[in-house]
Design a protein around this ligand. Structure first.
Ligand SMILES: [Zn+2]
Length: 436
């Protein structure tokens, strides 16, 4: 089946429209026999959709659907979140969410042949990270837009994949939706190889635990004294042998207080690399705190890691998810990184881009799609710790899964140094990883 989206080729934001159409065409919800195309002249097309008023002037063409053009996100002015509303629309028993300049309520997603809102702009808003590009308010300690200022977080719907849900509804409507199973993608960040680096560190860390009243630490101290493995040396069981591609990102540079470059001479590191080769883990760079804005630093760290693994580094995830638009994107492009996985939340779980599907990032300054594929992060272990006091990790993730209309993938990030903390605090991080 061919879905043909027609729009004015002279539209001022033609690249943004094409970008969203490509996103739809690449989306994992699309069945294998279907494609989404733009301005095709083929009369055989199964579904024809008009975007905007100008294209409607051609009355000779029969139209299956019409999308009204909002002209708010696709305009010359930078619209701040305070001037935007998220409105809820019904589609069957489900809710879908728009991004619009005026507040609406009680409407259905589609009435006869007309969509109730400009979902092309809405999808663009989320996946391009428009709000982060244009944001001019106070920044957080990392120099980024605070997460709670992001529109979906502000509205309390960040655990709903608002973009994937719209795509689900569209493909359901057009009859091209694929039945699929959810995939849990695993990835790991390595910020620390060991807890105990010799010298006085054992005594210092013991005193720290005792001061905080963390008595169960005694257990780990016991094994430490028996000369067993360092508690952060979890690679043997953490790097599970599961099908599909898995990623591991190593922090090998940096000298800010947020950096703790690993000792690449350490036997633990060498063993971890050996496991990556045996178990098909793709090695990526975890660029240090300032590498998000320093091209040369990024390059140096990447080249160091390349020498150590004897292979090209093509994937990256920013340390602290620190990211500046367009600086970080440009640095990734200049360093030939083909895939990033930084677009997630640090302080909560959910969908920063409204989707967990892979897609190419957009460069708003150049007004074109970039070469960097994004694999949006959905659940980071450190964020799970922050709000699962009374409820277990698995229950929290079950709640998140139930907020999706379809079977979207969930992309996880674990840290080897978090499992001990989980044990001390009585959380089930290891059990969670085992089940995925
Ligand atoms: Zn990190």
């Amino acid at each position: 089946m061919t879905i043909n989206i027609r729009f004015d080729e002279n539209h001022a934001f033609v690249n943004r429209i094409k970008y969203v159409i490509k996103f739809l065409n690449d989306h994992p919800y699309l069945d294998d026999k279907s494609k989404v195309v733009e301005n095709s002249k083929n009369a055989e097309d199964s579904v024809l959709i008009h975007y905007g008023l100008s294209s409607l002037s051609d009355q000779s063409v029969s139209t299956n659907y019409f999308i009204p053009e909002q002209g708010v996100i696709f305009s010359k002015s930078n619209i701040q979140n305070d001037d935007l509303h998220i409105n809820e629309y019904q589609f069957d028993q489900w809710s879908l969410y728009s991004v619009e300049s005026s507040a609406q309520s009680g409407k259905t997603f589609v009435r006869e042949d007309r969509f109730s809102f400009d979902w092309i702009e809405t999808i663009f808003f989320h996946i391009s990270r428009y709000e982060e590009w244009v944001y001019d308010g106070p920044l957080n300690y990392k120099g980024m837009m605070p997460e709670d200022k992001m529109k979906i977080v502000d509205q309390g719907i960040e655990q709903t994949p608002v973009v994937d849900d719209i795509v689900f509804a569209l493909f359901e409507l057009w009859g091209c939706r694929k039945e699929r199973k959810r995939i849990n993608h695993l990835s790991f960040d390595v910020d620390h190889l060991r807890k105990y680096k010799g010298g006085g560190s054992l005594i210092k860390k013991t005193l720290g635990h005792l001061k905080r009243g963390e008595w169960s630490f005694i257990k780990s101290l016991g094994s430490r004294l028996k000369e067993t493995k360092d508690p952060f040396d979890t690679f043997d069981w953490m790097l599970k042998e599961v099908k599909g591609r898995k990623e591991i990102y190593f922090l090998v540079g940096g000298n800010t207080k947020y950096d703790s470059p690993i000792d690449t001479e350490d036997e633990i590191f060498k063993h971890a690399l050996q496991l990556c080769r045996e178990r098909n883990y793709k090695v990526g760079i975890h660029p240090s705190y300032d590498a998000s804005k320093d091209k040369a630093l990024f390059q140096m760290e990447k080249e160091n890691l390349e020498k150590l693994i004897g292979d090209k580094i093509e994937i990256s995830r920013q340390h602290y998810l620190k990211w500046f638009w367009p600086k970080t994107l440009t640095i990734l492009e200049e360093n030939r990184i083909s895939e990033d996985s930084s677009m997630g939340f640090s302080e909560r779980i959910g969908y920063r881009c409204g989707t967990s599907a892979k897609y190419f990032l957009y460069n708003l300054h150049k007004e074109q799609m970039s070469d960097v594929l994004e694999k949006p992060l959905v659940i980071m272990d450190s964020a799970l710790f922050k709000f699962t006091d009374s409820i277990g990790f698995e229950k929290r993730i079950k709640e998140l899964r139930e907020k999706s209309i379809g079977m979207n993938d969930i992309n996880y990030c674990f840290h080897n140094n978090r499992f001990e903390e989980s044990e001390i605090k009585g959380k089930g991080l290891k059990a969670l990883l085992k089940k995925l």
